[in-house]
Design a protein around this ligand. Structure first.
Ligand SMILES: [Zn+2]
Length: 294
């Protein structure tokens, strides 16, 4: 099934109150559309073992008795928030406090998953106390069709390389490195090395420096990831003794995030590759302050 969801126009130059009202309307329209699209999957009053099945015409021309279920979707971070009717800039998987977003969390100390059944109960209760509780969880009090479908809502969003890594973390890393080079007066050297990367096999390096490209797409960032570490390492060779530890941390951080990305692209994983990813993630968090505090 393919559905085109309404995309509201961007209102950048209107008063905040009017903007908030428009956003509220946009959320209601989106939830209304989703409700209509997903109506056949919602809880029935008296579900039976046979309910929810349809005769579906399959690609081979045969009809099959099928029961559609919502199992996963891919979207970017703001889209996930809208689909789940959550406030922006919160985690859509777990109850991580806002001030801990971006921190390293040990696998054994993960925050509990979001409880969308609780949000449904609180929304239905429609009391002041319930509203306060919802707002503490950064949830908009309104109908959300996913809370009425038999599935674990917090399991639906799946991380994907394009949104999470390429136009997500690797895009941040590029910005961080650019400002780091500028702050430490290595930008000319960095740009010169960047532009001198030769073509190799199926790699065609960009003939523009980082600042000359207004927006990087996923494919460009993927190709950039093959040579970024080499360019950063060469750009930070030398420097004063006081700069050595700072430059080394910048290289370590770049190496760790690119390593994590390379492992994430494996088609399958075992305990060893997962432990390499965890180690790379831990090293990234250990050294990232070199970019954030500079
Ligand atoms: Zn989370």
């Amino acid at each position: 099934m393919v559905t085109l969801l309404p995309i509201p126009i961007k209102n950048r130059h209107i008063p905040q109150k009017r903007l908030d009202e428009q956003r509220q309307t946009n959320r209601e329209v989106l939830n209304e559309v989703l409700q209509r699209v997903l109506q056949p999957l919602t809880f029935k009053q008296h579900p039976s073992a046979q309910s929810g099945y349809y005769n579906v015409l399959c690609a081979d021309g045969n009809f099959r008795h099928c029961k559609p279920v919502v199992s996963a979707w891919l979207a970017d971070c703001p889209e996930y928030s809208d689909l789940h009717n959550l406030e922006r800039h919160v985690c859509f998987w777990c109850d991580c406090p806002k001030n801990e977003l971006g921190d390293y969390v040990h696998p054994d100390k993960q925050h509990p998953r979001r409880d969308h059944n609780l949000y449904r109960t609180l929304s239905d209760a429609n009391t002041k106390a319930a509203d306060v509780e919802l707002s503490l969880c950064h949830v908009h009090r309104a109908f959300n069709v996913f809370r009425h479908i038999p599935c674990i809502v917090s399991d639906l969003p799946k991380p994907d390389l394009l949104h999470t890594m390429q136009i997500g973390m690797l895009d941040h890393l590029q910005k961080w490195i650019f400002h780091f080079m500028k702050t430490h007066k290595q930008l000319n050297k960095y740009n010169a090395i960047w532009l001198s990367v030769p073509a190799y096999h199926d790699l065609t390096p960009t003939n523009k420096s980082y600042e000359e490209v207004s927006q990087w797409n996923g494919k460009e960032i993927k190709e950039m990831s093959w040579y970024l570490l080499g360019v950063v390492t060469q750009s930070l060779r030398g420097g004063s003794p006081a700069q050595h530890p700072i430059f080394n941390h910048a290289i370590e951080c770049t190496q760790a995030l690119l390593g994590f990305y390379m492992y994430a692209r494996y088609k399958s994983h075992d305990d060893a590759t997962l432990s390499y990813m965890e180690d790379a993630l831990h090293r990234f968090h250990t050294f990232k302050d070199v970019f954030l505090l500079g």
